[in-house]
Design a protein around this ligand. Structure first.
Ligand SMILES: [Fe+2]
Ligand SMILES: [Fe+2]
Length: 366
């Protein structure tokens, strides 16, 4: 009972921990992290042995150059949104929101990164790559017949976003975490998606997020090597579940809605990968702690009845609509002063679509 009460409080704390309340809450998180990560824990072997020399951005750029693509070149007429379950249709709005937040968060990222040559340069490439995700998900929503009203897109873009931190390294750690979550959730979503086109697109985006994660992971690993206590900051951004949803969802209920939607795709496979990354970064998996931490965020699996993070069912979509607090949030407008402009999503989508070249033509040129 007490445990349950604590969990409900912790969930609401999650929805508030990146806004103004963070000045009160951060010291609490920091105290917990200091307890969990005493200095006696050695760095992981992997982190100690990693080659982190040279300019990490140039390495990233070398990989990115080979993988550049434009999502509008994909043939969206092959999309079959009618195959999706009600939950998957809802989930499309959750992932679209995350990718729409790029415009709101970008100035804060660049501001904190501007004096760090690797992070500042990475920002430019990252922003372009993320645009594929934004465009891809909104093109798909158009195929679903659920294009966002222009004011909803504007709501997200207008958010005066409070950066997770002014410290570029803490911000890099937070971004690292959110890229990892993006990778894990998109991979899970991709495996369950009933439309093969969406499955493929989500998998492509998952790969992009993994690449972003790896870049930040190297930056953070280098910082940890120089300053092992920085591991506590890394753990703090994980415990805070730092992502833009906290600020761009339009209210606490919606933040929790997205947390539950994303958690559905965080199963044992994703949890094991997560623990592996935690061990690499922190020198310990903290498995007992995280087993407890992830308990009860969303209802258990309807097939195996286990906690989601313990479920290893290959298929776990039960076809039921998710229990959501406000399934129509994306049609609503949450900010005030909304007559000052608009972001015409449907016209924008049409224009981008008309720029796409069929794949055959693209490969013929290459
Ligand atoms: Fe993304
Ligand atoms: Fe990303």
């Amino acid at each position: 009972m007490l445990d349950q009460t604590f969990r409900s409080i912790a969930k609401y704390a999650y929805a508030l921990n990146q806004g103004p309340a963070r000045f009160v809450m951060d010291p609490l998180y920091e105290a917990v992290c200091a307890r969990l990560l005493p200095d006696s824990i050695p760095l992981s072997k992997g982190l100690n042995a990693a080659d982190l020399s040279g300019n990490l951005y140039f390495r990233y750029r070398g990989v990115s150059r080979r993988l550049t693509y434009f999502i509008e070149d994909w043939d969206f007429s092959q999309a079959r949104p009618e195959l999706l379950t009600p939950r998957q249709r809802q989930m499309m709005h959750t992932v679209a929101l995350g990718e729409t937040s790029g415009s709101a968060v970008a100035s804060g990222f660049l501001h904190a990164f501007r004096t760090d040559p690797e992070l500042a340069a990475f920002f430019g490439t990252w922003f372009v790559e993320e645009l594929n995700h934004f465009i891809g998900y909104h093109l798909y929503l158009a195929r679903m017949g659920e294009t966002w009203p222009s004011q909803r897109g504007l709501d997200v873009a207008r958010v005066e976003w409070t950066p997770y931190s002014r410290d570029p390294m803490e911000l890099a750690a937070a971004n690292m975490y959110q890229e990892l979550v993006g990778f894990l959730v998109y991979s899970g979503f991709s495996r369950q998606a009933k439309d093969p086109f969406l499955a493929k697109m989500a998998l492509q985006f998952a790969k992009d997020e993994l690449r972003h994660y790896k870049f930040y992971q190297q930056v953070v690993a280098r910082k940890i090597r120089a300053e092992p206590r920085f591991r506590r900051t890394v753990l703090k951004v994980i415990l805070k579940a730092t992502t833009p949803y906290n600020q761009v969802s339009g209210g606490v209920n919606n933040v929790l809605h997205h947390l539950e939607m994303g958690s559905f795709y965080f199963r044992k496979r994703e949890y094991d990968l997560f623990l592996r990354e935690v061990e690499y970064l922190l020198g310990t998996k903290l498995e007992g702690f995280f087993d407890w931490f992830f308990k009860g965020i969303a209802p258990p699996c309807t097939f195996c009845s286990r906690e989601l993070a313990q479920c290893d069912c290959e298929h776990y979509e039960d076809g039921k609509a998710p229990e959501t607090r406000n399934p129509g949030w994306w049609k609503e407008v949450s900010t005030t002063g909304r007559r000052q402009g608009e972001l015409a999503m449907s016209e924008w989508i049409e224009q981008v679509r008309s720029m796409g070249r069929p794949r055959a033509a693209v490969s013929a040129q290459n």
